[in-house]
Ligand binder design. Structure first.
Ligand SMILES: Nc1ncnc2c1ncn2[C@@H]1O[C@H](COP(=O)(O)OP(=O)(O)OP(=O)(O)O)[C@@H](O)[C@H]1O
Ligand SMILES: O=C(O)[C@H](O)COP(=O)(O)O
Length: 402
């Protein structure tokens, strides 16, 4: 149940410190525009329209990685999205930052430097400890309120996410509100009809954790991806192991085979497995093979087959709610997008309640020409989405609810 204060509880025109999640892919030093800017632009535009003086905190990458860059490009991208000037200062809480914050007028937006460039931000520590850092203690006096809009980073106990709510009046932004509501819906909401979950992707542990936590909520799990192939292996099919030098299956199998086998045994009626799989033939084209016809795995399977999509689609059509975690195939290559795109199209064609999550999977929506508004909610969260689906509390949400 949501119990935090929202922007509806905040009086207009105040000085606010707003935490966004603008963490983005970076290619050759260039920050790539993405759905996170779209979403947070709505919160910032509302604050601008309501005459707030706005400073933005956000992170990008991690020290030591290529994507650990300044937020100056993010400020420009955000400005395009809100069609309004956005200033940038290359400090988080130094004298220049404090000067620029003091200069803010009604409707001004100032992006502060990457929070992870500040020593106090990163080590994961208790919120109490984070609230006493110089970073938090310096900035808290410059503002009337703190707004956290960064649901997708709320699983991290970092200063900018958990420190401020302990020492300031704190509110959830619009993205925080909608993400929280959609991503906890599967656990919190009661649905009258069938609840279906599409699970795929590359990480067997994520899939097992989600299925274990939600086995009483979900009527039908439709499997695909590398995780789905491991379940087929547990069901006795000669797939789900590595061939050539690949390292996708065997290690995961060693670590998870017992859990997968008992999951399959205990929940056979709830689990639907692929009936055919797709691979690249000698001419470089997509080819498909029924799982019953596979005698030995000699090719890499990169998608579920068309028959599988035909079996999964009516189940989706008959569902009251559908949740998606992970892709059914390597959809980035159009030849192997049939499973993921097919299932997403089936969801888009119904008026069921739906949530599509996982940073990678939700990218398939725009890649294959679907509109976001054909889905109930497309999450911008990766790690936080998985945690929500496995029942874990997000520390950044907990501190807002105090
Ligand atoms: N059979 C397959 N062979 C190789 N790759 C696959 C296969 N099936 C799915 N994938 C890959 O799985 C990826 C998605 O997996 P992942 O588990 O990371 O899902 P996600 O939840 O969308 O993303 P994230 O965890 O990053 O938020 C896709 O990029 C896709 O290419
Ligand atoms: O991109 C994300 O999923 C969040 O911003 C969290 O980033 P992190 O995994 O680098 O902490």
């Amino acid at each position: 149940m949501m119990t935090f204060q929202t922007l509806d509880d905040l009086d207009d025109g105040q000085r606010v410190l707003v935490r966004l999640d603008l963490n983005s892919p970076v290619e050759d030093g260039t920050v790539q525009d993405n759905r996170r800017f779209d979403r947070h632009a709505e919160t910032i535009s509302e604050l601008v329209d309501r005459g707030f003086e706005i400073a933005v905190l956000a992170h990008q990458g991690r020290p030591g990685r290529n994507d650990f860059v300044s937020l100056s490009q993010h400020a420009d991208i955000l400005a395009e999205h809100i069609d309004h000037d956005v200033d940038f200062v290359d400090e988080t809480y130094g004298p220049q930052a404090i000067h620029d914050i003091a200069d803010l007028d009604s409707g001004d937006v100032l992006v502060l430097e990457n929070t992870r460039m500040c020593d106090d931000e990163l080590p994961e520590e208790d919120p109490e400890v984070k609230s006493q850092t110089e970073f938090v203690q310096t900035l808290k006096d410059e503002f009337d309120a703190y707004i956290n809009d960064a649901y997708s980073a709320a699983h991290r106990s970092h200063a900018s996410l958990v420190g401020f709510p302990l020492v300031m009046d704190a509110y959830a932004g619009r993205v925080m509100e909608t993400e929280y509501e959609a991503n906890t819906a599967i656990a919190e909401k009661e649905f009258d009809g069938q609840v279906t979950m599409v699970v795929g992707g590359t990480k067997a542990t994520d899939v097992i954790d989600v299925m274990t936590h939600l086995d009483e909520k979900v009527d039908d799990f439709l499997l695909g991806g590398i995780a789905g192939e491991l379940f087929l292996r547990a069901a006795g099919y000669p797939v789900g192991y590595d061939i050539d030098d690949a390292n996708l299956y065997d290690e995961q199998w060693e670590q998870n085979s017992e859990k997968i086998e008992s999951m399959l045994e205990d929940h056979r009626d709830q689990i639907t497995l692929a009936v055919d799989l797709a691979y690249e033939d000698d001419d470089g084209d997509r080819a498909e093979q029924a799982v019953d016809d596979i005698e030995e795995k000699t090719v890499s399977y990169l998608d579920v087959g068309s028959e599988t999509v035909m079996e999964y689609s009516p189940i989706i059509r008959d569902s009251e709610a559908v949740f998606v975690k992970g892709a059914l195939g390597m959809f980035e290559d159009e030849r192997f997008s049939v499973g993921t795109a097919g299932v997403l199209e089936a969801i888009a064609d119904t008026d069921c309640f739906s949530v599509v999550g996982g940073g990678d999977t939700s990218r398939a929506i725009e890649m294959y020409g679907m509109e976001e508004d054909e889905f109930g909610h497309v999450s911008i969260a990766g790690g936080a989405y998985i945690r929500a689906l496995t029942g874990a509390q997000l520390v950044g949400v907990e501190v807002l609810q105090r």
